[in-house]
Design a protein around this ligand. Structure first.
Ligand code: FRU
Length: 495
């Protein structure tokens, strides 16, 4: 091994020790998620390098292994053979070289000739102001065993942003894929006067990269920077997914600090331009950012996102951890929009099944044994004459998280103003009943809630921080409603 690699390995070891020292204590915190990915200790953000390598799913993530706040980024690493049970592996990347000394920022993974390649952004601060004083370059590391990664000698493989109306420094988050005999990658960028855009590159070997074009660029209210782009083909469309920063709120839209969404279109691989439709959100809740997708051996397009939001308060920081990933969601396209559903493998988590048919709900009721903090619920509601109806989760005397629907406004609402600790707020999304029915598929974990509405047509995700004892569930309607079907499972990983 060369001197450089020794340095990288010893920085990884140091980071690993920092995590090992505190992780047992952190495991006791009652907000620790039971079946979602989070780090054993300290801060995580974006999912990175989501891929399938030598028979297993791998997921890397932005990781600061020294504190529950964002800091010099490493890449954490987990793997799974079923997308349900994840094994923590050693930290994969640490900032160790001149070109990545202040962080190994987001990126992606691809298999080539039996090796696993990571493509990531090397970040260097050139002054105190992190908005203006930075240098970002694109780098490669590889592994023979999928666990230990070595940075290549040719780094950085893209050492500066292209000429043109392209900001020279905000230039990051490569997502690499293979199309016919070439590799392509997209990068997050902005123009010199701060309009978000995506850059497309091509390579024969992952080392020599040629800039093709600005694949897409914002117009109107689409923000000052597009982070974490991903391009993939799905059900006859080329999809650009990205995380734009700086959109102003419009009606029920864009109330989070930053957004994640997509545009459907057609990518011209020759001139590098994406002809696309409107920007649409991926999730209408509070806490989804920097989604990344992969295609698995079954041909499924699977997405995982960071289940948090920049600058939100995160009460788990007090217990030395911060951030988590959403459940893996399978994406398909129907009627010009992405449908997201939890991957089928999650059914393995189900324990203690309970099911009810045709329950009449008057005012507000509890249903025997329907309660808990890490559970799955599937329900079909027929509201009949009711206008407003729904359910409350994680209920105690003082706390509740409310999911409701208003038939007049046709809006579905997620209200976390009384959820417990942490940020409150209300998010809304237009939903139409399906033949007079509302279908909900809900995943509740110790400090999170994901709601898949009408078979994944709309999704809402949010972190909530209730007291441990708040485990009640109540159903309500302003007039009698029929709960024509209700299933409930406790969810737990079988160790
Ligand atoms: C997105 C992001 C990326 C960057 C990373 C740094 O959340 O800002 O653009 O690579 O986080 O941690």
């Amino acid at each position: 091994m060369t001197g450089l690699n020794n340095r990288h390995q010893s920085l990884i070891q140091k980071a690993q020790n920092s995590v090992n020292e505190v992780k047992d204590k952190i495991a006791q915190n009652h907000w620790r998620l039971q079946y979602h990915i989070s780090a054993p200790a300290y801060w995580i953000n974006d999912p990175n390098g989501f891929c399938f390598y030598k028979g297993e799913y791998h997921l890397f993530f932005q990781y600061h292994p020294y504190s529950p706040e964002w800091g010099p980024m490493h890449w954490g690493h987990v793997k799974s053979n079923d997308l349900v049970t994840w094994e923590h592996l050693p930290i994969a990347l640490a900032p160790s070289e001149d070109y990545d000394q202040d962080g190994c920022f987001s990126g992606s993974a691809i298999e080539k000739g039996g090796k696993l390649y990571l493509m990531y952004t090397g970040n260097v601060w050139t002054g105190r102001n992190h908005d203006t004083d930075l240098k970002q370059v694109q780098c490669i590391a590889f592994s023979e065993d999928g666990i230990h990664f070595e940075k290549i000698k040719q780094n950085p493989v893209i050492s500066s942003a292209p000429n043109g109306d392209i900001h020279p420094y905000h230039f990051r988050d490569p997502k690499v894929w293979k199309h016919q005999e070439n590799y392509y990658c997209v990068l997050g960028s902005r123009t010199k006067d701060h309009i978000g855009q995506i850059l497309l590159y091509r390579s024969k070997d992952l080392i020599n990269w040629e800039f093709i074009n600005v694949a897409a660029k914002g117009d109107g209210n689409l923000g000052y920077m597009w982070e974490c782009p991903d391009i993939f083909h799905l059900n006859g469309n080329d999809v650009l997914m990205m995380s734009p920063q700086g959109l102003s709120p419009q009606g029920y839209l864009y109330h989070n600090l930053h957004q994640s969404g997509y545009m459907l279109g057609e990518l011209d691989f020759e001139n590098g331009m994406l002809h696309h439709g409107e920007f649409q959100l991926l999730d209408y809740g509070f806490d989804v950012y920097a989604p990344q997708t992969m295609i698995d051996p079954h041909g499924r397009r699977i997405m995982i996102a960071w289940m948090a939001m920049w600058e939100s308060s995160m009460p788990e920081q007090e217990y030395k951890w911060a951030g988590a990933m959403t459940l893996p969601r399978e994406l398909t396209i129907k009627n010009g929009q992405i449908i997201s559903t939890p991957v089928k493998e999650l059914e393995k988590l189900r324990q203690n099944p309970l099911s009810y048919q045709n329950v009449k709900v008057k005012e507000e009721i509890e249903i025997p044994h329907v309660k808990g903090k890490s559970i799955e619920l599937k329900l079909i509601i027929v509201p009949k004459e009711a206008t407003t109806f729904g359910l409350k989760l994680r209920v105690s005397e003082k706390e509740e998280t409310v999911l409701s629907y208003n038939k007049e406004t046709e809006m579905f609402v997620f209200n976390r103003n009384k959820s417990g600790a942490g940020p409150g707020g209300v998010r809304e999304v237009p939903v139409q009943l399906l033949d007079g029915q509302l279908h909900l598929h809900i995943f509740l974990d110790s400090s999170s809630l994901e709601v898949f509405i009408n078979h994944g047509e709309k999704v809402m995700t949010g972190r909530i921080y209730p007291s441990e004892s708040a485990q009640g569930i109540r159903f309500f309607g302003d007039k009698e409603i029929d709960l024509i079907h209700l299933s409930k499972w406790d969810l737990k990983i079988n160790e």
